[in-house]
Design a protein around this ligand. Structure first.
Ligand SMILES: [Zn+2]
Length: 280
């Protein structure tokens, strides 16, 4: 059992999706350092997140869907970004929470309270919200809907298909949906928990199983990551702004998607080998 001080120290230096330097850790909470002007990526998908952690706005004919709530002042920023883009946060019907670490779930309660959004996450990660917070405290969201593996959610003509992809947390929620580039549809996927900062052979095995299940999905063309760095979001957006007429959309990258998953698998297998060696 770790001492309280050790836990405090750990919470300062160990954030939920990677281990930043002390300066990065400070910058991560600073809305000025984290500000990214919101931008449109597809006809129906906008980036409303911060520099280090993402939030996405999916626009449907029957209201808005937000992926991930961020936390603290970064939540305020995401909400303001929705207004900046010309949408009304009161139209947010659903908040999809990829997993119950503070950087994704921290502002969920705010969306429920202020906009009446229905919050969805997996059953396992709902359970995490009633247990002591893993990295940092956040206002507990009111339990709404659990997204079962294989379940779908329809809002107007938009459909989300959910997958439970445990590993990073016990109940990572991944989502498949369609994005449109000037009316042309592309299949997008959000892998809800990528980081390997967790412990134990069993969890690592379940992470590997999740990646392998995702690899078996056919036709994924677009990576919509919940941390911008995992999917080269800003680099691709730069390329999107410079796209010439008739050129492919820089986010449509099935080869890059497959290569990324293969890399995640290699890293996870190395972690598993280390953990198995340590256990023997
Ligand atoms: Zn996390």
């Amino acid at each position: 059992m770790k001492s309280f001080n050790a836990l405090l120290l750990a919470s300062l230096f160990l954030f939920s999706c990677a281990s930043p330097t002390a300066q990065q850790a400070v910058d991560r909470d600073d809305p000025e350092a984290q500000y990214v002007e919101p931008f449109q990526v597809f006809d129906n998908l906008y980036y409303i997140g911060a520099r280090w952690v993402s939030s996405w706005l999916l626009v449907t004919d029957q209201g808005l869907i937000v992926f991930d709530a961020l936390y603290g002042e970064l939540t305020d920023m995401a909400i303001e970004n929705i207004r900046t883009l010309g949408f009304d946060p009161n139209d947010i019907r659903y908040l999809i929470v990829t997993h119950a670490h503070f950087d994704h779930v921290g502002g969920a309660n705010r969306f429920q309270r202020d906009f009446g959004s229905v919050v969805m996450m997996t059953e396992q990660d709902w359970q995490m919200t009633t247990e002591p917070a893993v990295y940092r405290e956040y206002p507990t969201p009111i339990r709404h809907l659990s997204a079962a593996d294989g379940a779908t959610l329809n809002l107007g003509r938009t459909q989300l298909r959910f997958m439970n992809t445990p590993g990073h947390t016990p109940g990572v929620l991944s989502t498949l949906f369609t994005v449109y580039d000037d009316g042309f549809p592309h299949t997008a996927f959000m892998f809800g928990g990528v980081g390997l900062n967790f412990e134990g052979v069993e969890r690592t095995e379940s992470y590997i199983n999740s990646v392998q299940r995702i690899q078996r999905l056919e036709g994924i063309e677009v990576n919509v990551p919940n941390h911008a760095g995992s999917g080269e979001v800003f680099e691709r957006y730069e390329a999107l702004q410079n796209r010439e007429e008739g050129e492919p959309h820089p986010f449509v990258d099935p080869e890059g998607w497959n290569a990324w998953l293969a890399e995640l698998l290699v890293n996870a297998e190395a972690k598993l080998a280390e953990e198995q060696a340590a256990a023997n």
